[in-house]
Design a protein. Structure first.
Length: 256
């Protein structure tokens, strides 16, 4: 497994409110990895505090709690529930520690966990996770924007106009945000892209494919992105024998 990461201050921004984490570890001789992009909301006074707290809390969970979860051999549903609870707890901690001090701090959060044979994600806001297969990127998270919400509500709501960057759900502002979870099986040569909206609003991720993260952020800035830009790209190794992978994946169904 290989990954690249890049985060840069936007041309028209005074500071970079984005945060990210990319970490891996070996558990029972198998590799686990965690990735997170958190885009501190510019409409809040201290969005960078919320994004920094989020990625730090996610990293701490990865090193302090994941081992026990793996040993319990929880199934796919329970792992998704665990990640949901993790993000909900982060949300409540931000509200408790920052908002009670009259500090306005909100952030998006897109978290990807890779286990030996599965991927899991938990998400809130308008950062995105794409799954890449044969250089074709497909978005697997939903944008929690007012504009996207209106699109899903049908014809009677289409007369209402909202900016694409107005969020109806985020971390650190409301007590019960909408949180999306998902999971699936990993295959040879799968890849993933995590990006803040400062990237995907200025380049077409679906058509570019799996580039180095620094190339994605640089292309977005060259296209005059007016926001901070953050990207993580992940490529799975294809060195292992495919039949061995299928066999191990079959065995994993009895463990998850």
């Amino acid at each position: 497994m290989n990954w690249t990461a890049s985060s840069k201050k936007g041309i028209f921004r005074n500071k970079n409110q984005d945060s990210f984490v990319a970490v891996s570890r070996m558990i029972e001789k198998k590799q686990y990895a965690l990735f997170c992009v958190a885009d501190g909301m510019g409409s809040t006074e201290y969005g960078e505090l919320a994004s920094q707290y989020t990625v730090k809390a996610v990293e701490n969970w990865f090193y302090q709690n994941l081992l026990d979860i793996v040993k319990q051999k929880v199934n796919e549903v329970l792992m998704r529930k665990t990640l949901y609870i993790l993000l909900q707890n982060i949300n409540m901690e931000i509200i408790k520690n920052l908002n009670q001090q009259d500090i306005s701090a909100g952030t998006t959060a897109s978290i990807l966990l890779l286990t030996p044979y599965h991927y899991f994600f938990v998400h809130c806001g308008d950062s995105r996770i794409y799954k890449v297969k044969k250089q074709k990127a497909v978005q697997i998270t939903q944008d929690h924007t007012a504009a996207n919400f209106i699109k899903t509500m049908g014809e009677c709501y289409k007369t209402r106009k909202y900016s694409d960057n107005v969020l109806y759900s985020c971390i650190g502002i409301i007590k019960n945000p909408e949180i999306q979870t998902g999971s699936g099986i990993l295959y040879q040569n799968d890849g993933f892209i995590l990006v803040s909206d400062g990237v995907y609003r200025f380049i077409c991720i679906e058509n570019i494919g799996l580039l180095h993260a620094d190339e994605l952020t640089e292309y977005a800035l060259q296209n005059e992105s007016n926001d901070n830009v953050t990207a993580i790209t992940v490529t799975l190794s294809s060195k292992r024998n495919q039949f061995y992978q299928i066999y191990q994946r079959w065995l994993s169904y009895f463990k998850w």
